[in-house]
Each structure stands twice: as C-alpha cells, then as structure tokens.
Design a protein around this ligand. Structure first.
Ligand code: MN
Length: 253
C-alpha cells in the first residue's frame, strides 16, 4: 500500500511528522506537503503560476517533497505522477486543532482529502483537538487504526473521512463514534484600520467558533471524549431544496 501523507500546516509541522512516522509500517509512505502554512486555504487548484517541488525534511528528519502549492495541489501532484508510483490512499494531517461543522470547506486538511476523493482515492483528514502534549501521538494511533480498517473494508467512492481526536487521558482508550457534520457558529468580527496614507484595510477576526452539540454530531462526540469520524460525501446537493425549487415558477423575461 502506497500512502500519501500531506497537510495544510506545512512540511515542517510536527503533526505531519507524527502521522508519517506512525503509518510507516503499514506500507510505503510518501510525504508531499506545502512549503508554508496554508490553514483555512480551502480547496485550491493552482492554475496561474508554476508549481515547484523541492526535497525537504519533516520534523522527524524523514524525506519529503515540499511545494509552493496548496494542500490540494500536493495531492494532485502526487496523483499525476511526481512520486513515480501510484498512490493508494491519502491521509492529511495531523491538524493542531479540530475541523468541525462548516470548517470542512475552509480547512486545507479536509480539502486535501477531498481532492484525493475526486481522483478516486480513499482519503482521510485527521485533526487533533489539542495538538500539544499527547494530542499528535493519540491522533496518529487513531489514524493508523483507521488506515488498517480502510485497507480491509475499502471506502465507497467520493468519500472522505473527517477524523477529529479529542485530548485523551493517559489511560483512556480511544472510542470511535461515527458522526454527522455538526453546526458550528462563527463569532467573526470586522476590524477596520487605516494605513499611513489614509486608505482603509480590514481584518476578519473575532473569538473562536462555538458548536451546537446536537446528538450524533462531530462536536457532540468530542464533548463526550470520543473520536469523531464523519464520512463526508462530495455531492453537496441539498435534495429537499431541489424539490422545493422544482415547484417554483421562474419566468425569465
Ligand atoms: Mn492547519
């Protein structure tokens, strides 16, 4: 099994190294990652500038390739042949904070996995609620178990597993809950300032988002100290809304 490991925090991020090292005995592990932090970059296809690929090292000293492209570009580069052999599975992470609810379209970690699904590969995004301390170690252990499960069972086409691992106590077993995407509420706020020439500029800032822990959701599982595994599909169609729209009368003059 040839596993591609990527992330959105950059090739030097400790979560990437923890993930790659933990998966190494399951097969051939290749690391292709961005040369800088692309967190909250969303799903990107770089088309208007050349992509570079340079030899690099992970934080564990392992061989890697670093690109000036986005996390999703890393997956496309690997799938389109830069590694010299086909990739069987893509694992993105470990992100140092959770990716819940609507985070999934912002997240470079999740959208890297989505890019893999578009190419027909099984894929998983792994985030640790608390990347410090044991966070990466626990999340990497969970990722390893899930890669084994995917190897045994396969995943349906166009499926991404969005995995969030809570902070676990030293003797606490990792209990997996299969969840739905929850509702995350953002507390964004606009800060307007002026540059020295009097032109306005803006920061989108604010407080961390809050979650509505509806039963069965990703946030609810984390609150209960469980590992959240949300299978995401790439078909974003809102089928109930489609039914409503079919009943609309729309006259285009
Ligand atoms: Mn990140």
């Amino acid at each position: 099994m040839h596993i591609l490991v990527t992330n959105d925090d950059g090739v030097a991020a400790p979560g990437l190294a923890a993930l790659a090292e933990t998966l190494r005995d399951l097969g051939q592990v290749s690391v292709v990652a961005p040369d800088r932090n692309w967190s909250a970059s969303g799903h990107v296809k770089t088309m208007h500038k050349p992509l570079r690929l340079e030899p690099a090292r992970t934080a564990a000293g392992a061989e890697a390739l670093a690109t000036n492209g986005a996390p999703s570009d890393c997956v496309a580069l690997a799938v389109l042949g830069v590694l010299g052999s086909p990739v069987d599975l893509v694992v993105a992470g470990i992100n140092p904070r959770a990716n819940l609810g609507h985070d999934v379209t912002y997240s470079g970690t999740v959208t890297a996995a989505m890019e893999a699904a578009i190419w027909g590969l099984p894929a998983m995004a792994v985030s640790a609620v608390d990347g410090e301390g044991h966070g990466y170690h626990d999340a990497a252990r969970v990722a390893r178990a899930l890669v084994g499960a995917i190897a045994r069972h396969g995943l349906p086409p166009m499926t991404v597993l969005n995995v969030n691992v809570p902070a676990l106590a030293a003797d606490q077993p990792a209990v997996i809950a299969v969840t739905t995407q929850g509702l995350r509420t953002y507390a964004d706020r606009l800060v307007r300032r002026e540059d020295p020439s009097g032109r306005a500029y803006y920061w989108i800032t604010g407080d961390p988002p809050s979650d509505t822990p509806e039963p069965g959701t990703d946030a609810d599982a984390l609150l209960a100290g469980k590992v959240s595994v949300t299978p995401l599909g790439l078909d974003l169609t809102h089928r109930a809304a489609a039914e409503l729209l079919r009943a609309w009368r729309i006259d285009v003059p």
